[in-house]
Design a protein around this ligand. Structure first.
Ligand code: ADP
Ligand code: MG
Length: 287
């Protein structure tokens, strides 16, 4: 294991852990305000985005956007460039404050009052497009670090793993299909494998909602199939929201597809239904 300084240096390169590398936060800052079990999904809906508007210099990137994610569902969000997909994720994760509207996790948790760290700790994980794994560390160590970043177990970074923690890492490696690569340095993984590893790192925090931005960009067909399988497996236990451009991929995993256009929902339904929608054809799917 590396020295603490070396480890911090590694982490500094990774924005996911920026807040830890700064070292200026009291440990209480990591103490989460809400535990995942406290999310009230008694109405079946885990994520409420209601009448949300975000303006940049008067331009409405989101325009009275409303959408609802059911607990455990797998939702695909599609839409042309500039439709507002990334802005929507930014609002959900506390990166961007909406000018109007409400964003709730379950019945009672108002995400617009939280910063990014708090939203993550409330149970919303976000997978950015670019994988942000620790390149010099093994698959196992990446998952171990992710686990120890959770809540305030940062203090026990150099403590030995308990049997239970080891099991949890092994289960995750199995799920993401990297059991055989356990001891391999992350930088030696294929692009697809890195993406799975990062999903695995998010899973170590057991998020209730997982937001995934363009997971299959740059993947081989085989990797895409495996990713479809993985995301499908995750749904149920987690609610998975996937923003994706690749239509074949969306078709292969989607139950419900939401089409965004100019900051609002243009259409929603099965892939067949939205593909048959004249307005959708016009703005997005072309021909
Ligand atoms: P998508 O992810 O669907 O391609 P975005 O959410 O990135 O769309 O962007 C929606 C619109 O908002 C685009 O027209 C984009 O140029 C604009 N936009 C996004 N972020 C900013 C920003 N920080 N400042 C100004 N305009 C922005
Ligand atoms: Mg985008």
């Amino acid at each position: 294991m590396k020295s603490l300084d070396q480890l911090r240096e590694t982490m500094r390169r990774d924005r996911v852990f920026d807040f830890v590398a700064k070292g200026e936060y009291p440990l209480s800052a990591f103490r989460h305000t809400v535990t995942p079990g406290e999310i009230d999904v008694s109405h079946g809906t885990i994520l409420y985005v209601e009448n949300v508007t975000v303006s940049f210099d008067g331009f409405k990137a989101l325009n009275d956007l409303s959408l609802y994610i059911q607990d455990g569902e797998l939702r695909c969000i599609i839409g042309p460039n500039g439709a507002g997909k990334t802005t929507m994720m930014d609002v959900i994760t506390g990166k961007t404050r909406p000018d109007a509207g409400r964003v709730h996790l379950g019945q009672s948790i108002d995400l617009t009052r939280m910063n990014e760290t708090e939203v993550a700790e409330a149970g919303v994980g976000r997978k950015f497009q670019k994988p942000t794994v620790f390149p010099e560390h093994s698959v196992f160590q990446n998952l171990e670090l992710a686990m120890k970043m959770k809540k305030n177990v940062w203090t026990s970074l150099f403590a030995n793993l308990t049997g239970e923690q080891c099991d949890s890492i092994n289960q995750t490696m199995e799920l993401i299909g990297l059991k055989e690569q356990s001891a391999m340095q992350a930088k030696l993984l294929s692009h697809g494998q890195k993406q799975w590893l990062e999903i695995g790192m998010l899973l170590m925090h057991d998020p209730r909602v997982l937001l995934v931005d363009e997971p299959v960009a740059g993947m081989t067909h085989q990797e895409m199939d495996r990713t479809a399988e993985l995301l499908t497996q995750l749904a149920g236990k987690h609610s998975v929201v996937v923003v994706e451009h690749d239509m074949d991929f969306v078709r292969s995993i989607a139950r419900t597809v939401t089409v965004l256009h100019e900051g609002s929902v243009l259409a929603e339904g099965t892939m067949d239904k939205v593909q048959d929608d004249d307005r959708v054809r016009e703005v997005y799917l072309g021909s």
